[in-house]
Design a protein around this ligand. Structure first.
Ligand code: COA
Length: 294
């Protein structure tokens, strides 16, 4: 069997490794849980017994997801419309969660915004928008949930990225935002550790089939398609979900203030997403490789 078969490191569901009821009576509050990776993270935590509240801007999608997650896991999932850029909306979402469940044990800070744009072509508002969603949204969510997470001696996971470990072209907004998220998590871990709260970051690499991959991968025959995959396959949302279950579980009770990169070692071999330096010398020449704005 060759490594490219993808069978060397198969994706497994967390229920094949961790016990069913490890999160029984626990409550998860997840921003961005309506879709993508955060939805799969929420489902995995619910499959181990937790109830959840998923928070986002798209009410219709949230409601649909909440119904599907409840049906799939037989645990309750609440859909709450809120924009994480508005602290009052986040506070209201937390209030609703407490009114429904009476507690919050776990928080996933997952709401994020992204698109490809060079500094020279990114507006001030574009930069601010991503910082507001990723960084301010994370901070507002921490602020609003902290009294409850402290009471539960619970745990935070912030979904970050690996882009800011190097200078990634076209990603200044996200790089700045996620670097701040990583720093925030470390401070939270240190300040709240004595209160029994843990805080960690999961940094996903490229995960197949996600909005992020679709939005950020260059289209067409670019170098991106030749990105080496040390594990013989791309990441799967369930890889991130499994890391989530581990970090929330008691098996990780001494792990806090850490960044867990879940990327199958691909960061060590990362190449520019767009042809370099062509994409920065002449952005118009690579426009056809970037997903158009919706
Ligand atoms: N290229 C350049 N600038 C962009 C852009 C793009 N593809 N998308 C948004 N912007 C800029 C806008 O131009 C605007 O700045 P301006 O007022 O100077 O023109 C600013 O960002 C805000 O954009 P707007 O569309 O008004 O904000 P929004 O709150 O509706 O949505 C995002 C912003 C980032 C959330 C939007 O891109 C989005 O909905 N993304 C999909 C979800 C997503 O990104 N998920 C994460 C995947 S990793």
């Amino acid at each position: 069997m060759s490594q490219s078969d993808g069978d060397v490191h198969p994706v497994v569901d967390s229920t094949a490794v961790f016990k069913d009821g490890i999160f029984k009576n626990k409550v998860l509050f997840c921003t961005g849980g309506g879709s993508g990776i955060c939805r799969v993270m929420t489902e995995a935590v619910m499959r181990h017994g937790a109830s959840a509240a998923i928070v986002g801007r798209n009410e219709e999608r949230l409601k649909e997801t909440a119904q599907e997650l409840s049906a799939a896991t037989r645990n309750v999932c609440l859909a709450i419309k809120a924009d994480v850029r508005d602290p009052r909306q986040v506070q209201a979402a937390v209030k609703q969660t407490i009114e429904r469940y009476g507690r919050i044990d776990f928080v996933i800070n997952g709401a994020a915004g992204n698109f490809l744009a060079p500094i020279s072509g990114l507006s001030e508002n574009g930069f601010r928008t991503v910082i507001e969603i990723d960084t301010f949204g994370t901070y507002y969510t921490i602020k609003a949930t902290l009294p409850y997470v402290r009471a539960a001696k619970g745990s935070y996971i912030h979904v970050s990225a690996t882009l800011h470990y190097r200078g990634t072209p076209y990603q200044v907004h996200v790089s700045a935002a996620k670097a701040a998220v990583d720093a925030t998590s470390a401070v939270l871990a240190v300040e709240e550790g004595p209160h029994g709260v843990r805080s960690n970051v999961i940094a996903p690499g490229p995960i197949a089939g996600t909005e992020g991959e679709n939005r950020l991968s260059a289209k067409g025959p670019t170098r991106q398609n030749h990105w080496p995959l040390p594990m013989g396959r791309k990441g799967d949302s369930r890889d991130i979900a499994n890391a989530t279950v581990f970090l929330f579980s008691d098996a990780a009770s001494f792990i806090s203030g850490q960044i867990l990169v879940v990327d199958g070692a691909s960061e060590h071999l990362r190449v520019p997403m767009l042809p370099y330096p062509e994409s920065v010398l002449d952005p118009a020449s690579t426009k056809h490789l970037i997903k158009a704005r919706m």
